[in-house]
Design a protein around this ligand. Structure first.
Ligand SMILES: Cc1ncc(COP(=O)(O)O)c(C=O)c1O
Length: 374
């Protein structure tokens, strides 16, 4: 079976540096908040182009810590997209706040800024756009609504780290940017990890305290926090991957574009990049008219697929009693039935790519036309 994501090819490329960096951590023994953490935070803040990076234990905890730092809690409303991974809304709900879902743009699959303002109420505290599949949402438009109503914007960049929006990098486009270093993400470690980015020094300090039990110095806890630290060993892994990250981002963009070029004649809807956006193609996702048939046909040829995501957040039982519902989410619902992700990683060969494209072309040929939603 072909790999959906090939982490081994990447590891072979950096193995010597990786071994050295891991050995350095084993030698100094500072497993919690060791020197690699500060080194990685500085490198990542510079990469994104913001003043501060606070590394944390996962992309999920990055969101929780950002919300806690902004004082989001019981009774507050947070406007977000229904077409995302559960973490985007789960973290809002766990704080006692209520996710308010508005529909997505049928071309980018990201939150539709034109619909956000109508969802603002006196209880709204923040907007959480997600850069699904690897391209940022329309952050300027979202920031404009936020500025008008005095709201914070937390970018969920778990899938878009490395992407740029109008020449600026994902995670540096709003009040706080949150990302994930889950192994399969564009920049992944070898376990769980994540980071929060901001230009606001006071917010950065608060997030650093919250990730460490709300302490400002040892055993002094002015605010409530959690154990949300990233391991030093995981920072060593990220540091080993950073020197090749630009190259991998370029390869992802090239492979995504090549997929779209080769699939142009097939009966599927390929990803659309908004002007001013680059994508890191955390997923290369197409729309088809009969997903089950396509998944089976590819599986029979040894080609793995995945569905991100088959159920929208507004239809998740866990959120039913806390979400503010009523908006028309027809586009997100239609997408959830049609999307399927193909193997995607920076080391995907032209040969594999052609094999996948041939399989998709054959599997979709006799299906009803795959018209774009919306
Ligand atoms: C959009 C989105 N948000 C948040 C997360 C949570 O990240 P993590 O798995 O590191 O907690 C993920 C990935 O899993 C994601 O895809």
């Amino acid at each position: 079976m072909m790999q959906f994501i090939d982490l081994k090819a990447q590891q072979a490329r950096i193995r010597a540096d990786l071994d050295q960096r891991i050995a350095a951590v084993l030698n100094h023994g500072q497993y919690i908040l060791g020197p690699e953490i500060a080194e990685m935070e500085k490198s990542l803040a510079d990469y994104v182009g913001v003043g501060h990076c606070v590394s944390v234990s996962s992309g999920t905890d990055a969101l929780s810590i950002a919300f806690l730092a902004l004082g989001i809690g019981a009774g507050d409303e947070v406007i977000t997209t229904p077409f995302s991974f559960i973490a985007t809304a789960e973290t809002i709900a766990l704080l006692g706040a209520r996710p308010v879902f508005v529909d997505v743009d049928p071309r980018t699959y990201n939150i539709d800024p034109a619909l956000v303002e109508a969802a603002v109420t006196p209880r709204t505290k923040a907007i959480v756009p997600v850069g699904l599949y690897g391209q940022c949402a329309d952050m300027d438009a979202i920031n404009a609504v936020a500025a008008k109503h005095g709201l914070a914007v937390i970018e969920d960049a778990a899938q878009s780290f490395g992407a740029s929006y109008k020449g600026r990098r994902s995670c540096g486009l709003s009040t706080i940017g949150c990302t994930s270093f889950f192994p399969a993400k564009p920049l992944g470690c070898y376990g769980d990890g994540g980071a929060c980015f901001t230009d606001d020094e006071a917010l950065a300090r608060r997030m650093a305290e919250i990730r460490n039990h709300g302490q400002d110095r040892r055993y002094h806890h002015p605010i409530l926090g959690l154990n949300g630290r990233m391991d030093t060993l995981q920072a060593a892994v990220v540091l080993a991957k950073l020197p090749i990250f630009d190259d991998e981002v370029t390869a992802r963009g090239r492979i995504g574009a090549r997929y779209s070029e080769l699939l142009a004649g097939a009966n599927c809807v390929t990803p659309w990049l908004a002007p001013g956006n680059t994508s890191v193609y955390a997923q290369y996702t197409i729309q088809v008219s009969d997903r089950e048939a396509v998944v089976k046909a590819l599986h029979d040829k040894g080609i793995p697929t995945a569905v991100h995501y088959p159920v929208t957040l507004d239809r998740q039982p866990a959120l039913a009693s806390v979400m503010v519902g009523s908006a028309d989410l027809a586009i997100a619902h239609a997408l959830a039935e049609r999307v399927v992700s193909l193997p995607m990683h920076p080391y995907l060969s032209e040969e594999n790519l052609r094999e996948i494209v041939a399989a998709v072309t054959a599997a979709t040929a006799a299906l009803p036309p795959a018209a774009a939603v919306g």
